[in-house]
Write a protein that binds this ligand. Structure first.
Ligand SMILES: NC(=O)c1ccc[n+]([C@@H]2O[C@H](COP(=O)([O-])OP(=O)(O)OC[C@H]3O[C@@H](n4cnc5c(N)ncnc54)[C@H](O)[C@@H]3O)[C@@H](O)[C@H]2O)c1
Length: 319
């Protein structure tokens, strides 16, 4: 069994690490891999790192054939996620939607069974409408995504579920919360980067800035563990899973966690210019019961454990 992990960033590198720890040699595919950052997460000698672009379908088919791939975890997405897609909608739509369709098609023509795709909890947080309350005959039956990025994730889930229904592919879409965790390369979303920068500043004795709104976070190691469990699960049920800490974190709670792990840390609440769009407008948290039932997944890192683990990693790697 060989797993292709597409996208070797904040989450993909952790997926590869877990597979390596289980004795597998996964294939990591990226169009612009950052080997130094990846090598801080997973031993590069224990993975096969290849260049490939999800916008070039033949490069996916080539990877599947050349490496005897049996299943795929697809984590590639547009740079800076919500913020990036607001600035460059066309390329984000193309990459997120057509890139995922290319992965699903490559799986279909190659007879691969399982494809696990990164969705996002933006589909629980960036919504408006739905006034008609699920009444199928009315126009506003369901809430709609309010950002380009969320709209791409909604399309990805819907297309993946149709590949499952009509083409025999076992599809899972994982709605990760805002992800933070060990990573020294470029990538991730606005909140991932804001929090990492805040931690770096706090560790260096400088003032740390964290987003002023509530956030629904998940630690990258937990997001990756859910991804591996979805690759393995016997029964994917309805195929879409919330993968978050299962709690809303207020700015005060995040500041307290940072202050406990880094005593004396000074934290202020501020959204740097242009990042407001990546803050949630909802304060309800995700229901994790499907992930528990079908994947056997439970977040292992609550807020303070996650901040502590990240601080320890940063002290070791970014001193
Ligand atoms: N980081 C978050 O807060 C967060 C939250 C929810 C969902 N997600 C989703 O999880 C997934 C992984 O996110 P991440 O934080 O690890 O992102 P990341 O930016 O760290 O990693 C994505 C990787 O995909 C690669 N990539 C981009 N375009 C590509 C292409 N055309 N072909 C091949 N590779 C390409 C990038 O080079 C990058 O290494 C994404 O789908 C993202 O939408 C992330």
């Amino acid at each position: 069994m060989t797993t292709l992990v597409i996208g070797a960033g904040l989450i993909g590198s952790q997926v590869a690490r877990i597979l390596v720890e289980r004795g597998e040699k996964p294939v990591l595919m990226d169009h612009a891999a950052q080997p130094q950052a990846i090598g801080q997460i997973v031993d590069l000698d224990k993975v096969t790192l290849i260049q490939g672009d999800v916008l070039r379908p033949l490069s996916i088919v080539d990877a599947l054939r050349s490496h005897g791939i049996t299943r795929i975890a697809h984590t590639a997405a547009n740079p800076l996620l919500t913020l990036g897609a607001q600035k460059a909608p066309y390329s984000a739509i193309n990459l997120n939607i057509m890139g995922t369709v290319n992965v699903l098609e490559a799986a279909r023509v190659s007879g691969l069974k399982r494809v696990v795709v990164s969705s996002s909890s933006v589909l629980n947080h960036y919504l408006e409408g739905g006034e008609d309350g699920s009444h199928f005959g009315k126009e506003e039956s369901f809430p709609r995504p309010t950002t380009f990025y969320a709209a791409t994730k909604q399309a990805v889930e819907s297309l993946g579920l149709n590949y499952a229904k009509w083409c025999g592919i076992e599809f899972a879409g994982l709605r990760y919360g805002a992800v933070f965790g060990p990573w020294s390369g470029a990538g991730g979303g606005g909140p991932s980067n804001l929090l990492r920068e805040a931690m770096r500043n706090a560790l260096a004795g400088r003032e740390a800035t964290i987003p002023p709104g509530v956030m629904e976070w998940v630690y990258s190691k937990d997001a990756a563990r859910a991804t591996v469990l979805a690759l393995d699960a016997k029964d994917l049920g309805s195929g879409v899973f919330n993968i978050t800490m299962g709690a809303i974190t207020t700015p005060n709670e995040m500041a307290a966690a940072i202050g406990t792990v880094i005593p004396g840390a000074k934290v202020k609440f501020e959204a740097p210019a242009g990042t407001g769009v990546s803050l949630s407008n909802r304060d309800t948290h995700a229901d994790l019961s499907r992930a528990r039932r079908h994947l056997g997944w439970e977040p292992q890192f609550k807020l303070q454990d996650a901040v502590k683990d990240l601080a320890e990693w940063m002290r070791r790697h970014l001193a």
